[in-house]
Design a protein around this ligand. Structure first.
Ligand SMILES: NC(=O)c1ccc[n+]([C@@H]2O[C@H](COP(=O)([O-])OP(=O)(O)OC[C@H]3O[C@@H](n4cnc5c(N)ncnc54)[C@H](O)[C@@H]3O)[C@@H](O)[C@H]2O)c1
Ligand SMILES: [Zn+2]
Length: 674
């Protein structure tokens, strides 16, 4: 940038910054974020440092806030109310201390003790006490002239009306603010009442204090925290910290995170501590304020431009930033869920460089109207994964983004169930993203129950390339030689594992079906299906038939959601391929109904309360042996309820419906007699 360009830029910056100052300070309605505003101020400062001859009379570096234009009376401050210079890094804090040291001409090694405390996000207010009585409360305004808000301040409980033991004239300065919780509640009330909703607690506090009618202020939950003083008729103390202690003793709230630090490194450590506490503090803060500890040094340092030379605001890094969305990638989770991830042009947010954001799901992308190449505002809260909060471009000419209808990992069809936002891959058996999870499920207790094949071994075999899908479990015997001698595997344990696998050839088809991990197909549903279709092959035929949905839904215990999941699963070619292999190797048994025809055949039984002589599973198995179905909830279709001690709502419902209820003893008799 040459000198002429710099002059132009400085003129534009002066106008822009003045515009935002007015919106923010006078109208309590900012248009841009603080971080964006700070960036303008910073650019102005850097250009002025480079071209000192171009510093304008109306430069933002000389002004502060905005001259008040409200209906409130104006007051000229006895001592100006200043702003603070900003620092955004530890380096800049060290530079600040270096400047202080040089200004005071301190000998090498002489420490500069400083106080450090939270920079609370409210609006500054000066409270003037004469002979212990509150006589004036004023906002900062442009630093020289503020607004008279005395009646308003009198409604704030943290502000004493009178104080004892103070100098004849004492101006206590601090921040009027609103707690996060009070802010949220206020906005909720405002919204229901159709009133103004505030952008943040700072604006809410400013808008609430600067009211013509003090009864409006009174109804708002405002608080006050002291952080300094203005005119005083006699010195309060020799040190900043002790002066603040004195102010506290007069009855003003002072931050309990205010400390004196002996070195700059100590101060930076306190900054880190406050940053860690930030989320848990009841009020918003946007940084840490350091002040030279010795008041005689503060006097010597004085002020330059709009800020004291003895104070510094060390701001927290911005937690929001703007950047470009360069791509959207789809990640497939262990359960088949497709999650869109935004790839960003890397940008600093809250102290870290962010290049990925979660976009949650298909609906979220549609809500934001995202297209590749859009400018986006992103946000990072604590250690939560960053997310897009706003799309800054709505360029209808660029290609819209279409959420994939196939899994990027295995190319199987990806679908969202009705009423669900998540899109899932249907290629359960072969999808690499889902493999380990599926394998784990296939061998689990309730399914194929293969002893010795835990998650650790699954991962090990998977990484060795031995396990792709469940069919490979039955081919592990081909790797016997290679497995023996690997860490944790002796001949005996290998043979035990292979025997456990062999034992599952010709196993229960319902547990086999359950093991496939088809969505919504639990063990009870699997049994119902096997009862109806006799075998997995029979089920497959039905699920691929022309009338599959209707045929499946007709089965007792199967609803349309399960039917759809089955149709999806058996239509996916990859699944069918893997299943064919698996059936050839595992050869599940034909379903034999262990039920005899009894008077209970086809009936529905519900067990509730605790059973004393048997487990719930055993009771259900007994019911099934009688040809009955054990259901989880009582309805008009229930034929019998077996209630043990502690039975509650199910028992009550059965009684209301007039369903036969028996105890465990009577049930045992039925089982024995059948
Ligand atoms: N978004 C916008 O459009 C916009 C416009 C103007 C200003 N701003 C924001 O307002 C701020 C600039 O205003 P500023 O000039 O008042 O500077 P400042 O708010 O950054 O710093 C000075 C003020 O900090 C306050 N403060 C809080 N805790 C303090 C403590 N412990 N000790 C001393 N002072 C403490 C005081 O009220 C003091 O006046 C920046 O945060 C800026 O981002 C935003
Ligand atoms: Zn997939």
């Amino acid at each position: 940038m040459n000198e002429a360009e710099a002059a132009n830029r400085l003129m534009r910056l002066a106008k822009q910054i003045a515009h935002h100052d007015k919106l923010y300070h006078d109208q309590d309605a900012p248009e841009i974020s603080d971080a964006d505003y700070d960036a303008l101020v910073r650019e102005n400062r850097e250009l002025e440092a480079q071209y000192p001859q171009l510093v304008r009379a109306d430069s933002p570096s000389k002004r502060l806030g905005a001259a008040p234009t409200s209906a409130l009376a104006k007051v000229t401050h006895a001592r100006p109310m200043l702003s603070l210079d900003n620092a955004f890094s530890a380096e800049e804090v060290r530079d600040f201390v270096g400047r202080v040291r040089r200004f005071l001409n301190l000998p090498e090694g002489e420490p500069v003790a400083m106080t450090a405390e939270p920079k609370i996000d409210g609006l500054s207010c000066s409270l003037r006490y004469e002979k212990g009585q509150l006589v004036l409360a004023a906002t900062r305004g442009d630093g020289m002239v503020g607004e008279d808000v005395t009646p308003n301040a009198r409604t704030i409980r943290d502000i004493p009306q009178s104080i004892k033991g103070a100098p004849d004239v004492l101006e206590v300065r601090g921040e009027v603010y609103m707690s996060k919780a009070d802010f949220a509640a206020l906005n909720e009330r405002q919204e229901t009442a159709g009133g103004k909703v505030f952008a943040n607690p700072r604006n809410a506090a400013a808008g609430s204090l600067r009211q013509k009618d003090a009864s409006v202020t009174e109804a708002r939950p405002l608080r006050f925290l002291a952080h300094g003083w203005g005119e005083v008729s006699e010195p309060l103390a020799m040190l900043q910290l002790l002066a603040m202690n004195k102010i506290e003793s007069f009855g003003f709230p002072v931050s309990d995170l205010l400390v004196q630090c002996e070195t700059v490194e100590e101060a930076l450590a306190h900054y880190a501590l406050i940053e860690r506490e930030r989320a848990d503090l009841p009020y918003d803060i946007d940084g840490v304020v350091y002040k030279v500890g010795r008041l005689d040094w503060q006097d010597r340092l004085g002020q330059v431009g709009r800020a004291p030379r003895w104070g510094l605001a060390h701001k927290f890094p911005a937690e929001k930033a703007e950047t470009t969305l360069e791509a959207i990638d789809i990640q497939v989770g262990r359960t088949g869920k497709l999650t869109p991830v935004g790839r960003l042009k890397p940008v600093g947010v809250g102290g870290v460089i962010v290049s990925n954001v979660t976009l949650h799901n298909r609906d979220e992308i549609a809500r934001l109207g995202l297209r590749i190449g859009d400018r986006v505002r992103i946000q990072r809260a604590g250690d939560v994964i960053p997310q897009v909060v706003e799309n800054l471009t709505r360029d209808e000419t660029r290609a819209p983004y279409f959420f994939p209808d196939h899994c990027p990992e295995c190319n199987s069809e990806a679908v969202a169930e009705e009423g669900e936002v998540d899109v899932r891959c249907t290629g359960g058996l072969i999808c690499p993203a889902q493999r380990i999870e599926r394998l784990r499920h296939f061998v689990s207790r309730g399914a194929m129950d293969i002893d010795g094949l835990g998650e650790k071994s699954i991962v090990e075999f998977f990484e060795l390339g031995w396990l792709h899908g469940p069919a490979d479990i039955f081919r592990l015997k081909d790797h016997r030689g290679a497995l023996i001698g690997r860490e944790g595997w002796q001949e005996k344990s290998v043979d035990n594992l292979l025997a456990a696998i062999e034992a599952r050839i010709g196993f229960d088809p319902a547990r086999f079906l359950f093991g496939l991990g088809i969505r919504h197909v639990g063990i009870v549903t699997a049994k119902d299906l096997m009862k109806a279709f006799g075998s997995v092959e029979g089920l497959e035929e039905a699920a691929r038939g022309p009338d599959a949905q209707a045929e499946l839904s007709a089965v007792d215990g199967i609803g349309p959601v399960v039917a759809e999941a089955l149709v999806d699963f058996f239509h996916e070619p990859h699944n069918r391929e893997q299943l064919a292999e698996l059936l050839a190797l595992a050869r599940p048994a034909a379903f034999v109904s262990t039920a005899r025809a009894t008077e209970w055949t086809g009936k529905t039984i519900v067990f509730t309360g605790s059973l004393e002589t048997m487990s719930r599973d055993e009771a259900k198995a007994q019911a099934e042996r009688l040809g009955a179905r054990a259901a989880g909830s009582v309805s008009a279709k229930t034929d019998l309820v077996v209630a043990g001690p502690g039975a509650g709502s199910k028992l009550k419902k059965a009684e209301e419906l007039g369903i036969r209820v028996i105890g465990e003893g009577e049930w045992a008799e039925i089982v024995a007699g059948a």
